[in-house]
Design a protein around this ligand. Structure first.
Ligand code: FEO
Length: 404
């Protein structure tokens, strides 16, 4: 049985949260041993209930059961879909079936066709305009489009009277926080890296829309007392902190002094060279984050991206494989291209047998992405003293790029 929280988080506003430990790869790509939580919300008013979003389909039975503990399903008058991705709409079809399609579904104009395509449902539907307001009982709902955070149809709903922003993917993160709210500093500290990881993995491709979205919310007069996302913690004590995290991420602000190494190694040749780089970094007082893909260990690609994203400098090590870049590194580069801005100093370390094609290709690809390649050490097979000296020289050049 999954952990479930059903709790009144503000007057007549109920959180329905389920903790998902069974999804191993979010969106089928991102490995999440930390899990993820889905948050839906129910607002009770004197003129009926409004349900905001839902859960992933794996938890449909639990969702309907828990919802029934706080309201008779017949009382649900509106279902607001802030974002149609199935981690938030997986329970929609069964909900509509249980309620005999009585609720009016509300969302962005694109949402109607998306829920038909994704779930085969054609409920009564009302498309809202950007900035439109709607009264329900004593509350006023304001709908604001936030395109590409995460899909083009994504909106947020602001409860104007109570100051709650129901924000779906925006301000959400991976993992299963021990609390509902952001009150415990340790819980927040542990959670923030998963917000970063979620942002890079899931929304990274649309990074340029983050500041636009934040500015739009501010310019729409939205100053929430509570931010209630579709994943993870609700924010009321540290609202500025989560907004700042989003802003920092948009401009890809680095963590001072953070260096991340990502390498692949088939038979230990690259690994031996990387060990020299690590040793030299440590001598210079830098403790790098290390991700590796070898015959004995494989890092989590989602974590790799997250660490690369907030590093000040990067070291990439790989080998030539079938006249190209080693396939796993090629895959990582593809994701870097999709999810990150290339504005960091990089050191490249490559090994080869009969031709250093990986080294040349890596340099070209990274420079095309905007990275600054400060050093490229190419090693013909076994590490020798000359290569060790080149690695030390490369580290020295890389560290000069760090902010003091
Ligand atoms: Fe949490 Fe874009 O779905």
């Amino acid at each position: 049985m999954p952990s479930i929280y059903v709790k009144e988080v503000h007057n007549n506003l109920f959180l329905l949260r389920v903790d998902d430990h069974i999804t191993k790869y979010f969106e089928g790509i991102w490995k999440i041993p930390e899990g993820i939580a889905y948050n839906a919300y129910l607002l009770k008013t004197e003129n009926g209930c409004v349900l905001f979003d839902g859960w992933k389909a794996d938890f449909t039975e639990e969702f309907l059961n828990e919802l029934s503990t706080i309201t008779d399903l017949d009382n649900i008058k509106y279902v607001v879909i802030n974002h149609a991705e199935p981690d938030h709409t997986g329970t929609l079809k069964s909900l509509l079936k249980e309620t005999k399609y009585k609720p009016l579904v509300i969302g962005h104009p694109m949402t109607k066709s998306l829920i038909k395509a994704l779930h085969g449902v054609e409920p009564k539907f009302r498309a809202v305009k950007d900035g439109e307001e709607m009264s329900v009982g004593e509350e006023i709902l304001k709908f604001v489009y936030v395109p590409w955070l995460h899909w083009p149809e994504t909106i947020v709903t602001y409860l104007e009277k109570t100051g709650v922003l129901i924000s779906c993917d925006v301000f959400g993160g991976y993992s299963i926080p021990k609390e509902i709210f952001d009150e415990d500093p340790e819980v927040v500290r542990n959670y923030i890296p998963y917000v970063r990881k979620y942002m890079v993995n899931v929304i990274g491709h649309y990074r340029d829309f983050v500041i636009k979205g934040l500015n739009k919310l501010r310019d729409s007069g939205i100053q929430p007392k509570i931010i209630a996302p579709g994943h993870g913690l609700l924010w009321r004590k540290e609202i500025n902190r989560i907004i700042r995290e989003y802003s920092r991420w948009d401009i890809q602000e680095s963590i001072k002094g953070k260096v991340t190494i990502v390498y692949t190694s088939m038979y230990g040749y690259v690994e031996n060279a990387i060990k020299e780089a690590i040793s030299e970094l440590k001598k210079q007082g830098v403790n790098p984050v290390i991700h590796k893909f070898t015959d004995k260990y494989r890092s989590n690609v989602g974590d790799v991206l997250s660490d690369l994203d907030d590093s000040e400098a990067i070291i990439i090590g790989t080998a030539t494989y079938e006249a190209g870049i080693y396939p796993i590194m090629k895959y990582i580069l593809t994701l870097v291209k999709e999810k990150m801005k290339g504005n960091k100093p990089v050191m490249i370390i490559t090994t080869y047998g009969w031709g250093d094609i990986a080294g040349r290709s890596l340099r070209t690809e990274l420079e095309d992405l905007g990275f600054k390649v400060v050093s490229a050490v190419s090693i013909h097979g076994t590490l020798d003293q000359t290569s060790i000296e080149k690695i030390k020289g490369g580290i020295s050049l890389l560290l000069k790029e760090l902010s003091s």
